[in-house]
Ligand binder design. Structure first.
Ligand SMILES: CSCCC(=O)C(=O)COP(=O)(O)O
Ligand SMILES: [Zn+2]
Length: 576
């Protein structure tokens, strides 16, 4: 840095966070950085902030080096100063984004302090864009004040403080919670004209990738709570929503704004920006007559075969891919060399756990046969059961998922819920009963690949129990395998797991739960699935081998999926 260069000495020109020209370098006489007051804009000690995705964030660092190369060990006081200054700086940028105008909104950050946390919160009712580090409170996890604002000890803590604590207590890994008064968030809570829906669902937007573990074509579900006269009165509802939606990292407040959190302040901010983007998109889409909760009929990257000329009219779910994961010639020699396929029982594994769709059975069977069966046979099924009272429960599900005006027919409710892939207990019950009738009457036969039965027989002969784990209910699983294209396979299966009995398939704890229920170590189980997220979760849980199932019509693998051993037939698991 050249002290004679005027441009470099001008804030904002020629240098970035932390790379201060000597004239601005906030070193104290003992060589430490003074990151406060007028220096608050240049609090990054490195030339840029650390990015999300590793644990080594700016806030987790206790040792830093300045742009001039001086190595500095950060004291807790300096860490506190830096967090205060960071909150002030973030509040200013949130104000500029329209998220913290009129003094509302804000952010809290907490940092580890011995075995406890130090929680930093802004004061209430001040211009958020004018805060300085000196205005910030420092609290412990019992909400005792450790340090009042240096600038004015009589300030009040932000009215959001009880809500920051709800998140910190219910989400132990969260270290930052942001509250926005973004207009996009407010409009998004009004997409349901009855204003009674308990969540908002959005799918098929690229920016969903910025929210938790969502893929482009996943469904993002954000709970909605009703507003209250004062911010602190939202705490109980916020806690209930966070508990009811264990996977959520955000909650909307109707006609008010959004709460969003993350395991670092950078992750929190990225998620808030991504959510705000998709909320804005949802509002626009609704105005264009597009329902943001309904997958597009075409144009998704899962629909990647270009040999059809009917893309515009054919729903994506009706596409059958011809190759394996989009590979026309199934040459797996490289996979087999790179990834050793586990053999049971030869390699010491004690149980086999199988996914259904894309593994034991084709995705097309579920998408093209089972679900259409419900739509096609609904009226006939209902006519034969005039006394069954499905409507109230279905209406309630539709209403709680933003259905607007009350729907008066079962058919409308079913269409609404199925179009949006809403996991509704009432719908599942109705579908289950319809499938049962279909299987009983011989109209339905559960598809299984040709290798399924010989593999099951091999495993039974070699004393390896085989279990099924699917998001479809245990009842639906038993119907499929009990009435399969290869006859009744239930005697060859040792048991079944679904979401109620084991938890979500993308959660690593679910695989531990299954292992515990089987009286096994996770390392003794082989799990096969075509879903990358599930394999990643299983591996995280310590499953002995997580194996990628490659079947015609499965979605293309990314680099993540290619990191798992791949099989093209379940018979590849049978050891010699
Ligand atoms: C116009 S702000 C009303 C209170 C509110 O919604 C909020 O977010 C809290 O603001 P505070 O100034 O108490 O941080
Ligand atoms: Zn607010």
């Amino acid at each position: 840095m050249n002290g004679n260069n005027n441009e470099e000495e001008t804030p904002g020109k020629g240098w970035t966070n932390g790379a201060l020209p000597p004239a601005f370098a906030p070193h104290t006489l003992d060589g430490k950085l003074q990151l406060y007051q007028h220096h608050r804009r240049w609090i990054g000690l490195n030339s840029s902030w650390s990015r999300i995705g590793n644990d080594d964030t700016e806030l987790s660092k206790r040792t830093s080096s300045s742009s001039s190369g001086i190595s500095l060990v950060e004291t807790p006081e300096e860490q506190g100063q830096r967090v205060r200054a960071l909150i002030a700086q973030l509040c200013e940028s949130f104000y500029k984004a329209g998220w913290a105008t009129g003094t509302g909104g804000g952010i809290s950050i907490r940092v580890k302090h011995n075995d406890d946390w130090r929680v930093f919160v802004a004061p209430s009712g001040l211009q958020k864009e004018d805060l300085i580090g000196d205005d910030i409170f420092e609290l412990d996890m019992n909400r005792n004040v450790v340090q009042y604002p240096f600038s004015n000890p009589t300030l009040r803590q932000s009215a959001c403080t009880p809500l920051w604590y709800v998140i910190y207590r219910l989400r132990p890994t969260a270290t930052a919670v942001l509250h926005t008064h973004s207009p996009n968030a407010v409009y998004a809570t009004l997409l349901d004209p009855t204003e009674t829906s308990s969540c908002l669902r959005i799918t098929h937007l690229e920016m969903l990738k910025g929210v938790g573990n969502h893929a482009y074509d996943d469904f993002l579900t954000i709970p909605i709570i009703d507003n209250r006269p004062t911010e602190d009165q939202l705490a109980d509802q916020l806690a209930a929503a966070v508990q009811q939606y264990p996977k959520t990292n955000a909650v909307l407040v109707r006609r008010h704004g959004l709460y969003v959190w993350g395991d670092s302040w950078e992750q929190c901010k990225t998620q808030a920006e991504s959510i705000d983007y998709v909320l804005a998109a949802a509002v626009q889409m609704k105005q264009m007559g597009i329902d943001p909760a309904v997958p597009p009929k075409s144009g998704t990257y899962r629909d990647d075969d270009d040999d059809d000329d009917d893309d515009d009219v054919e729903p994506v779910t009706k596409k059958q891919k011809t190759g394996f994961h989009g590979v026309s010639a199934a040459d797996n020699a490289d996979d087999l060399l790179a990834n050793v396929t586990p053999l049971l029982p030869r390699d010491g594994f004690k149980a086999l756990l199988l996914d259904i769709e894309g593994c034991t059975s084709s995705i097309a069977f579920v998408k093209e046969v089972l679900f259409p069966y419900v739509r096609q046979h609904l009226l006939e099924f209902l006519e034969q059961r005039p006394n069954a009272d499905w409507l109230p429960a279905l209406q309630q599900e539709v209403q709680s998922h933003g259905g607007g005006d009350v729907m008066t027919t079962i058919s409308d409710c079913v269409t609404y819920l199925m179009d949006r892939d809403i996991k509704s207990a009432a719908l599942k019950e109705l579908q289950g009963q319809m499938w049962q009738a279909g299987y009983d009457e011989g109209e339905l036969q559960g598809h299984v690949y040709a290798d399924m039965k010989p593999m099951l027989e091999w495993m039974q002969g070699n004393h390896i129990p085989v279990y099924i784990y699917s998001s479809g209910s245990v009842k639906a699983q038993k119907l499929l395998f009990g009435h399969s294209t290869q006859g009744d396979l239930l005697p060859l299966l040792a048991g079944h797991f679904d979401i109620p009995s084991a938890g979500g398939k993308k959660e690593s704890t679910s695989y531990q739960t299954i292992a515990t229920q089987l009286g096994l170590q996770p390392s003794e189980i082989v799990f096969v699935s075509d879903a990358e997220d599930e394999l990643v979760a299983a591996r995280q849980a310590g499953i002995g081998k997580a194996v990628m199932s490659v079947r015609p019509g499965n979605v293309p693998m990314t680099a993540v999926g290619k990191g798992f051993p791949a099989i093209y037939s379940l018979l590849q698991l049978c050891g010699a």
